[in-house]
Write a protein that binds this ligand. Sequence first.
Ligand SMILES: C[S@@+](CC[C@H](N)C(=O)[O-])C[C@H]1O[C@@H](n2cnc3c(N)ncnc32)[C@H](O)[C@@H]1O
Length: 273
Amino acid sequence: MSFKFDEVGIWSELKLEIVEKYGSAYTSAFAKQKGLTKLYVDAFSGAGVHVSKRSGGPIDGSPARALRTRPPFDGFFFIDMDEQKTAHLRKLCANHNNVHIETGDASKYLTQTLLPTIKYEYFKRALCLFDPYGLHLEWKAMEMAGQSRAIDMFLNFPVMDMNRNAIWRNPTAVPKDGIDRMNRFWGDESWREAAYAEDLQGNLFGSPGIIKQSNDAIVQAFRERLRKVAGFQFVPEPLPMKNKTNAIVYYLFFASQKPVAQKIIDAIFKKYR
Ligand SMILES: C[S@@+](CC[C@H](N)C(=O)[O-])C[C@H]1O[C@@H](n2cnc3c(N)ncnc32)[C@H](O)[C@@H]1O
């Protein structure tokens, strides 16, 4: 079977620009700090190259951009479940001896193998990009990233997948698979408190007595969760990433332990809001 590159929309191109800009600010900030290992972790890395829907031409993916970041990272971890994508990535990385490429489930590799090795006290620091298409990441990975106190994280918060498959106006009609995926992403069932409220007026359409809340209510509850449960100190207002029809496809979250990181990302996000 021949391999087809992913076609990416404008929202993906903007994400790539943002992560690339932050990447060079990140490694520059460490330039004078000796003795720290700076890693780049791309947990849903893709093939390293995509096709732009806008131009029809090739466009570098997040791993290719991380590899050219200057000052450079000291090591790279790329994870993707699709073996054709990781095979392509291996070709792209042939000249780099500090790259580990993993074919498999990102949450499993992150929680069982990689994240236990990245901790503040081990003098390791990492910029992580968690960029699933939908609800494919487990909360435990995000929580371990926060608790490491060593990680700056970009996260694709897949609000479109949530609304399609897990959070409906009639919650009793949601298939079990959607609920299970939402629970895995959120870490427990507490997302329901943000997603639904009691309807004191009576409601004609959805489930009687229940009103589905806005995206913003869910986003703010998750922001709070990244701070209070995962332990990230700084979680700025995430950036809504929209498609051509102005619908929000996902929110780009950023989370860090450092005030300086928040300052840099605020300046970058401001340009794209
Ligand atoms: C949005 S794309 C990544 C794009 C890439 N970060 C970029 O910006 O260039 C998501 C990728 O996740 C991969 N994927 C889907 N489920 C996965 C899983 N459970 N574990 C690892 N990778 C997965 C897909 O094969 C796809 O390449």
